[in-house]
Design a binder for this molecule. Structure first.
Ligand code: ADP
Length: 468
């Protein structure tokens, strides 16, 4: 039973949604039963599908009592059982995150989730929770008296991003159902309740979404470094895969021009023409795109200066298209660049699933100057669509991309999150683009790479077996 705040295509803000939408499918294919429980938000998916009520409950978060309802998607469209939890006035909002009462929303979700599971006759053999929004579940399962009947169920906690930790003051500890106070220390980190830390301390196994990210957390995890060092024995790095059915250039329903790997050159060109037409870009030049959250973690703040520098020092030999949203200052700076570089630069501020697919398909290069990248899915999608990744060597990017200068390589790698390093990578891309043969060789190589979930799903199953 996966419990998560996101699951594609129901609700997705980033990689977490992609992973929880894909992993259960592959676990089913491997012959196991996988289910997903997530909050019920007001998303188009909710309104476009039929649901049946499977459970209704009444519970409390401290002094606040509330009703909750679990609904199940009727047609089993995704292949696995999908359950949504409705908590009126708390979860049923349009956005997934970003409200002032997010703490209350997700604590209530976790309490109601365990209430539901504890009322089942056939409890799950493993509970798999994801990121800090569900990080209190391992603690509550073990320590809250209310859940004694299910406290034996093994729990796996996967960290997709340790930057966000779900911190709340001790004054809110009364939100949790009565627990063994001798073990209050499992909730604590730096005199506050820290959901991510509590999850790491209480789960039977902890995984991160790439092996390099696991190492990185020991020296860079927003204050939890020593915790990861101490808990290293139960932590494992398992690289994410990609959902090869959703991300397939031959069948992608978002693309105007689908293409087979052997026709990648022509197929990509058609997609590039259509993107260039829509965004007023020059299609004779190599197209470099960025897709992602416009935040420091992704190195997005260097983009405006980098683009300016590239035009000034390399010349107008490439075009850039950016898709993302995030920090208002970065959004503003990216918007104001439009005036400077018509025909060679454009930006779409916002979240647009279809446009992201079109960009993976039509671009020549995908830039990821990330400061922190637990796994990174964009580079894998890009490679599957024949778009060369340009990545900073960090976390999962380091685990999945080899520089074309190295034997068997197919990408562009650089070391620092700096305008200089990223501009140098752009210069290398522009030079490489002129060498059609080398471009084709790299493209053929990366399109043959297999980033499917099969192997990683198998690793998760092995982990489940260890603790059962
Ligand atoms: P993170 O979860 O840290 O944001 P990942 O690389 O793990 O990063 O996953 C990002 C996912 O979100 C990818 O599927 C990417 O295409 C998608 N994505 C990010 N920003 C946008 C956007 N503005 N519009 C559409 N898709 C986006």
């Amino acid at each position: 039973m996966h419990i998560s705040a996101e699951c594609y295509p129901v609700a997705k803000a980033g990689g977490l949604g992609d992973v929880v939408g894909a992993l259960p499918k592959y676990q089913l294919e491997a012959g196991h039963i996988a289910k997903v429980l997530m909050p019920m938000y007001r998303t188009p998916y909710l309104y476009n599908h039929e649901w049946e009520v499977v459970h209704q409950g009444y519970t409390n978060m401290g002094s606040r009592w509330f009703n909750f309802t679990i609904i199940k998607e009727k047609s089993n469209e995704l292949g696995f059982d999908l359950y949504l939890m409705d908590i009126h006035q708390l979860l049923d909002r349009e956005k997934i995150y970003g409200y002032s009462d997010d703490t209350e929303r997700f604590v209530a979700f976790q309490i109601a989730a365990l209430d539901w599971v504890s009322s089942w006759r056939h409890s799950p053999s493993v509970i798999h929770v994801h990121d800090h929004h569900t990080g209190l579940i391992p603690f509550m399962l073990r320590e809250c008296y209310k859940y004694r009947n299910i406290s034996h169920i093994p729990v796996v906690f996967t960290i997709h991003n340790a930057e966000y930790q779900g911190i709340m003051g001790w004054d809110k500890s009364y939100y949790l159902p009565e627990y063994n106070t001798w073990n209050w220390g499992k909730l604590d980190w730096n005199n506050a309740i820290n959901a991510l830390a509590a999850g790491v301390k209480s789960a039977d196994r902890v995984t991160t979404v790439s092996p390099s990210y696991l190492q990185q957390l020991k020296w860079q995890s927003n204050g939890l470094e020593s915790l990861f060092e101490m808990e290293t024995g139960k932590c494992f790095g398992i690289l994410n895969g990609i959902d090869k059915n959703v991300w397939n250039p031959e069948t992608d329903r978002y693309l105007e021009h689908t293409f087979k790997p052997e026709e990648a050159e022509a197929g990509k060109l058609k997609n590039k023409y259509s993107l260039c037409d829509d965004f007023g870009l020059d299609y004779d030049k190599p197209m470099i795109v960025f897709i992602g959250r416009l935040v420091g973690e992704k190195g997005a703040e260097i983009l405006p200066d980098m683009i300016r520098d590239c035009f000034e020092y390399i010349g107008r030999k490439m075009n850039f298209l950016i898709l993302g949203s995030g920090m208002p200052e970065i959004e503003h700076r990216l918007n104001s660049l439009k005036e400077l570089a018509r025909n060679d630069y454009n930006v779409y501020i916002g979240y647009n699933e279809q446009l992201s697919h079109r960009m993976y398909a039509g671009a020549d290069f995908l830039l990821m100057p990330s400061r922190v990248e637990p796994c990174g899915l964009n580079q894998m999608y890009a490679m599957r669509y024949g778009t060369m990744p340009m990545v900073r060597r960090t976390g999962g990017l380091k685990d999945t991309v080899t520089d074309f200068g190295e034997a068997g390589g197919y990408g562009i790698c650089f070391n620092d999150v700096s305008v200089g390093d990223a501009s140098h990578a752009v210069w290398r891309a522009v030079e490489l683009y002129r060498n059609k043969e080398k471009m084709k060789e790299c493209r053929d190589r990366m399109m043959q790479l297999d980033f499917g979930w099969e192997r990683s799903a198998e690793e998760y199953l092995k982990l489940y077996q260890q603790i059962n």
